[in-house]
Design a protein around this ligand. Structure first.
Ligand SMILES: Cc1cc2nc3c(=O)[nH]c(=O)nc-3n(C[C@H](O)[C@H](O)[C@H](O)COP(=O)(O)OP(=O)(O)OC[C@H]3O[C@@H](n4cnc5c(N)ncnc54)[C@H](O)[C@@H]3O)c2cc1C
Length: 387
């Protein structure tokens, strides 16, 4: 182990969907930030497995607020900073073919609208107008939130990374955090396989590996790695604008979602049921037939399209499907920004603006409400309806 390499205000463990935008915002707020990642560059954990969906269409006030903030950042990034992150305002539709889903989605509309989300319930004719390729048989209707969209997870993270560096944030890659020294119940910094770095605040943004990082300070966050697979087809002429989500549980899967990238490919993902826990990222042979069947069922014209590639990545799952974010009372200076489930990419930039308020103790009513919902000390009994 080398001697101390420097003193920082904040050390972030993980250069992923959460850690990189957080580093950018904290540096902009004047803090000296170090980000450490065991991989060779940014976004090599779950971030690069994400299919790029970005929505504020959530079921709880915290995620709606964070999502709206994220959309503001993603959608204006190119205009403000000049980097093309492939933002595209395609919208999100939740297509409904059964009464259970109709009740869930209609039940959420009031809270979603109250928190500023532009969303409406569409009847079958309106749904077919928004998504002409949907199977009309049994279609009850659905929701459309036209301001949601998609962007490239790797282009975005590299843009946030370059911007963070310009603000003074330092990044060290190929370096694993192995210890978090604690003295008098306060964090002192981190030890890695290459050195020691000091800081009064250490942020756990280690994604699917968050539980192992929490254990380094004797805490339990109960974030479990849960495998999801995605895929991409050959490009075809544009015919589909919004992301299509189907939350009907069926044998083998809980829900699935897909959209057409502006370069023509269909990008898709499915949530296996029961969940596939663990860190094994080898693709399965069950995934493609299962998701293909569901996609062709909801959109018959997809039956001849060729799939070019599939991949598997890890959702960092919390027990109730919502992120776990906040300062830990047991160990001063240890901050959790974990448990992003299937939404860490879309939540990252918006969450970063709230993390600044948390870390600089500059909380307004809006931030207080967000951190109450995401508190590590909440009752984890609920289940997020749109996870
Ligand atoms: C198939 C699939 C599709 C998805 N689609 C979407 C989508 O459309 N939209 C969306 O918002 N989300 C999507 N997600 C989910 C999204 O990818 C995750 O929620 C998000 O990337 C988690 O962000 P994170 O920062 O918590 O973790 P990560 O991005 O995984 O970052 C954590 C980082 O911590 C590092 N790390 C861990 N332990 C250590 C250590 N000891 N020392 C140093 N570094 C360490 C890792 O190397 C990693 O780079 C999808 C996920 C999958 C698998």
């Amino acid at each position: 182990m080398t001697n101390s390499n420097g003193n920082y205000d904040v050390i972030i463990i993980g250069a992923g969907s959460v850690g990189v935008p957080a580093a950018d915002c904290l540096s902009q707020a004047g803090m000296k930030v170090l980000v450490l990642d065991k991989y060779a560059s940014v976004g090599q954990g779950a971030n690069k497995a994400a299919i790029g969906g970005i929505r504020a269409t959530h079921s709880d006030p915290a995620k709606i607020r964070i999502g709206l903030k994220s959309i503001e950042i993603f959608s204006t990034w190119e205009e403000t900073h000049g980097d093309n992150i492939e933002w595209h305002t395609g919208g999100y539709t939740f297509a409904v073919y059964a009464q259970r889903e109709e009740e869930i989605l209609k039940g959420l509309l009031e809270i979603q609208k109250n928190y500023g989300l532009n969303i409406d319930w569409l009847n079958p004719a309106e749904m077919l107008d928004a998504v002409p390729a949907l199977n009309p048989d049994g279609l009850i209707g659905g929701t459309l939130s036209p301001e949601d969209g998609n962007a490239s997870p790797l282009l975005s993270l590299h843009a946030f990374y370059r911007h963070a560096q310009k603000q003074g944030a330092e990044f060290r890659f190929n370096e694993s955090v192995t210890e978090i020294p604690v003295k008098n119940a306060k964090v002192q910094g981190v030890n890695t396989d290459k050195g020691h770095y000091s800081a009064p605040i250490v942020m756990n943004a280690a994604g699917a590996h968050a539980q192992g990082i929490s254990q380094l300070v004797g805490l339990d966050t109960s974030v479990v790695p849960d495998s999801h697979e995605g895929g991409i087809t050959e490009p075809v002429a544009p015919f589909l604008k919004p992301m299509v989500v189907d939350i009907r549980p069926t044998k083998g899967s809980a829900n699935f979602y897909f959209y057409q990238h502006h370069t023509g490919q269909i990008i898709f993902c499915i949530t296996p049921s029961p969940a596939i826990l663990g860190t094994d990222r080898r693709e399965t042979s069950e995934f493609l037939p299962m998701v293909a069947r569901r996609m062709v069922d909801i959109m018959p014209r997809l039956k001849n399209i060729k799939v070019r590639r599939t991949w598997r990545g890890l959702y960092p799952m919390s027990a109730d499907g919502a992120p776990i974010v906040g300062k830990m009372k047991e160990v001063e200076g240890f901050v959790q920004a974990v448990g992003m489930c299937g939404q860490g990419y879309m939540l990252g930039p918006g969450l970063a603006t709230y993390l600044v308020k948390l870390i600089t103790d500059d909380m307004d009513d809006d931030a207080r409400e967000v951190f109450e919902v995401l508190s590590p000390y909440r009752d984890f009994g609920g289940v997020e309806k749109l996870k």
